[in-house]
Unconditional design. Structure first.
Lengths: 759, 76
């Protein structure tokens, strides 16, 4: 039993190995904490040092404590003990890069003002050694006034010394840090009279950060007069030759330089490092662009193509399990809830995992090695035109495969407004779930001439590529309005990615999706299942479910016989192809059985269709027919669109049921050689033509094109909405996304149909 | 007066003054871009914007419109 425990906060610049240190200290004992109102997460873990238990918190990587958004305020709030439900840390570990001490100590100097003991962990000393640098850490410790421990986080070196230093300094006082010009201190003291209970550090931030987070929060808390007084104080400081924000940067860098005097010896001539040579190639006009395009192709190929065998396996496991439940339980709501609702729901969550894990493996490698900043550098010009920045590119590219990992990938975008704009337009990219819908309708209505299928499919992808930037621009001028965000970005030195970091990132993202988004996806799947299942009573009082099951059982022996007979015929043809008589006899037998099977199967499909048509969702589709009429849709298309709320590809299966073709597997449509020859394809063609007065018969291509545009623009994907909720921390944004995309989809389908009708 | 956005790859420059939105100025200064500091232009992105520069051991990407507020003097 540990006799005492300490709370330790880890603070450092991005790319200092902060997360590596956190992992080395805590091992596998980690969990993630979320806070209301902010989108950042804090990782927490436990470590032991002798009989002291250390609660370690990994705070978000940052260059400065100057906060412009609630997200950036988390570090300050946490260290000052303002974060509700969290204890104030006993010690702060400031982790810095040995190769770049002067810049990294800027953040350390800010930490010293928070009144908590600080221990300096100087990381990456192996690289500094290699570069020929020499350090005097004892002198540095004396000059900074805090303990200094050289470490090598990736190899776990120096961690014992770090833990001892942390425990030793826990009882001590915080060091003092840089001093500001007396006129600045005087203004802070003057303001503190009006701001009762506000820490000196926060008042300094109020004065320095023009338009920052502190200014907004304190103006709200202490009402009007503060803003005016702060403005006047800033003016006086400017007249005295100490304008904000320069006064802070000058004071801190002067202090850092003083503290570093005589502590670091650099080799006289700076060698052109390997990292710099690599940088020259990777940002080169020709080579850099080529490498970037190849890498992006690899990323895209991986999540689009190479994830699918894994996804097929999950899908197969889902079907197997559902069949197992189906065969071992008696018919009724419970069996259907388990087999169709619950297992289907779990399956539809797990199916995203291969794409998420693979994409995050890539992102983790690209980020850990330092390439991510180069990719953003190369793409920034193009993305800036859409009101976004270079870091939006990879999330949007990933969204072409699937918006779920795409939205999660936006975490690399620091600026909140750019990040939200990227999240909100990511679902407009044509994802792989839209393919079965496109393939079905293109196969039925746009198969001739030869170039038409490709052209229509291309046009559908273009819809997303054109609409997304337009929406992004509109959002940046309305809802997410504000000055163009600062895009000053560090280009970190290249280093080898660490396997541990990459694996950890994959597990974190996969877990985050399953745990936080999965529950909501699951609940929605169950809800839509219920809406399609109930009421389950036939007009004559019998149960649809039991009747369906009875007929399925009836069909089973016959279909097994047909399957067996078909296999016999095949082996006969293979072994003895000359025996025409026997083959003909087998064929006749098979045909007779097929003739017996077809009407039974048809009546089963009709029963299924009747059931779904009178279900809650079916009735809703019929009630909403006037809404769909301007699009040229009948209630059946409307109902299929409603039923596909959890996931777009469901529309193919639902259409199958409504058109009495039984449940159709979207994959079957996608992989069919000729879609118009599949049962569903043929039925759609026939059914649409059946009523010559309906728009479906008069303008089938216009309706089909409109339907595709609808599915290209709509957000019929509960997984995407759940992930947006998770990443933005509020229901506001997924609801907004659903409403705006559905409106766009409706208007798009309306225009397509109405214009197509006239042509 | 020369501004940073008009510099050429490979040049060494001394910063004379930094002007712009407070948020931008603060961010640049936090990265060590202060009056009197010396920076080197590493290069430009393939489409001509943003630009990469080096200050001390740090390499930064800065958009040209952000660099336009930084007055510099060309060093031989």
């Amino acid at each position: 039993m540990p006799r005492s425990s300490l709370t330790i906060a880890l603070v450092g610049n991005p790319n200092t190995g902060k997360t590596t240190l956190f992992n080395s200290l805590t091992g596998l004992r980690q969990h993630v904490g979320n806070y209301p109102g902010v989108t950042v997460e804090l990782k927490k873990g436990t470590a032991h040092a002798g009989d002291v238990e250390l609660h370690v918190i990994d705070l978000p990587g940052t260059y400065s404590l100057a906060a412009r958004s609630p997200d950036e305020m988390v570090t300050v709030d946490f260290i000052l003990g303002h974060q509700p439900g969290e204890t104030r840390p006993d010690v702060v570990i400031s982790i810095v890069d040995a190769n770049n001490l002067d810049r990294h100590l800027y953040l350390t100097s800010q930490l010293l003002g928070l009144g908590v003991p600080v221990v300096l962990a100087v990381n990456l000393i192996d690289l500094a050694d290699k570069a020929g640098m020499k350090f005097d850490f004892d002198r540095l410790s004396r000059q900074l006034g805090i303990p200094v421990v050289p470490i090598q986080a990736n190899r776990g070196k120096g961690l014992d010394a770090l833990r001892s230093a942390v425990i030793a300094s826990a009882k001590g006082q915080g060091a003092s840090g840089p001093t500001f010009p007396p006129s600045f201190d005087a203004e802070v003291t003057a303001l503190s009279g009006d701001l009762v209970g506000v820490e000196t550090f926060v008042i300094q931030r109020l004065l320095i950060d023009i338009g920052g987070h502190t200014e907004r929060v304190l103006a709200r808390k202490f009402n009007g007069p503060i803003s005016g007084k702060v403005g006047e104080a800033r003016q006086r400081l400017a007249q005295a030759g100490h304008p904000v924000p320069a006064v802070e940067a000058k004071a801190r860098y002067a202090w850092v330089r003083q503290a570093l005097t005589g502590c670091v010896i650099r080799p006289a001539t700076r060698k052109l490092t390997f990292s710099n040579k690599l940088d020259a190639v990777l940002t080169h006009k020709v080579w850099g662009t080529l490498i970037f395009l190849s890498l992006m192709f690899l990323v895209f190929q991986t999540i689009f193509i190479w994830a699918s065998p894994l996804m097929d396996k999950i899908d197969a496991a889902k079907t197997w399990l559902a069949d197992l439940v189906h065969d071992s339980m008696s018919p009724g709501p419970l069996r259907s809830l388990l087999a169709d609702g619950a297992i289907g729901g779990v399956g539809s969550v797990l199916i995203f995992l291969p794409q998420i894990l693979l994409l995050f493996a890539f992102i983790a490698v690209l980020e850990d090695c330092g390439y991510m900043a180069r990719a953003a550098f190369l793409m920034d010009r193009i993305m800036a035109r859409c009101g976004l920045n270079g870091k939006s590119f990879i999330p949007l590219l990933s969204s072409v495969a699937c918006a779920v990992p795409g939205v999660m990938a936006t975490r690399t975008i620091e600026n909140r407004r750019d990040r939200f704009a990227t999240i909100l337009v990511a679902p407009l990219m044509s994802c792989s779930a839209r393919l079965p819908v496109y393939m079905l309708l293109i196969g039925v209505f746009f198969s001739d001439p030869w170039y038409l299928p490709g052209l229509v499919l291309f046009a559908m992808y273009m819809v997303g590529f054109i609409v997304a930037p337009l929406v992004a621009l509109t959002l940046k001028r309305t809802l997410l309005r504000g000055a163009t965000p600062v895009f000053v970005m560090e280009m970190p030195s290249f280093k080898w990615p660490q396997l541990k970091t990459v694996v950890r990132r994959m597990i974190d993202s996969g877990w985050a999706f399953v745990y936080r988004a999965g529950t909501f996806i699951f609940a929605t799947m169950i809800l839509v299942w219920a809406l399609l299942y109930f009421p389950a009573t036939m007009p004559d009082g019998r149960s649809f479910a039991i009747e369906k099951s009875r007929r399925q059982d009836e069909l089973k022996p016959l279909s097994e016989k047909i399957e067996l007979s078909r296999k016999n015929l095949e082996s006969l043809e293979a072994v003895n192809p000359a025996d025409d008589e026997a083959i003909a006899a087998k064929k006749a037998e098979l045909e007779a059985m097929d003739g017996e099977f077809a009407p039974l199967k048809q009546s089963l499909n009709r029963l299924d269709g009747d059931w779904k048509r009178q279900s809650c969702l079916g009735r809703a589709g019929q009630a909403l027919e006037p809404v769909f009429r301007p699009l040229g849709w009948d209630w059946r298309l409307g109902m299929a669109a409603l039923a596909s709320f959890p996931a777009r590809e469901v529309v193919v299966g639902t259409l199958g049921i409504i058109y009495n073709e039984g449940e159709v597997d979207p994959g079957e449509i996608q992989h069919a050689d000729d879609v118009s020859e599949t049962p569903l394809g043929a039925t759609i063609r026939r059914e649409w033509a059946s009523d010559p007065r309906s728009p479906l018969a008069k303008h089938p291509t216009a309706v089909a094109l409109g339907l595709m545009v609808f599915f290209a623009l709509c957000c019929q994907c509960v997984s995407t909405l759940a992930v947006i909720r998770r990443e933005t921390g509020s229901w506001r944004w997924p609801i907004f996304t659903f409403v705006y995309m559905t409106t766009l989809a409706y208007v798009g389908a309306l225009l397509t149909y109405q214009i197509g009708r006239l042509l | 007066m020369l501004t940073l956005d008009r510099a050429v790859a490979g040049q060494y420059l001394r910063i004379d003054a930094i002007d712009g939105a407070p948020e931008l100025v603060q961010r640049l200064m936090e990265f060590g871009l202060l009056e009197g500091e010396i920076i080197q232009i590493v290069g430009f992105a393939p489409l001509g914007d943003p630009m990469e520069l080096q200050i001390g051991e740090t390499r930064l990407s800065v958009r040209k419109r952000e660099a336009a507020g930084i007055a510099v003097t060309l060093l031989p």
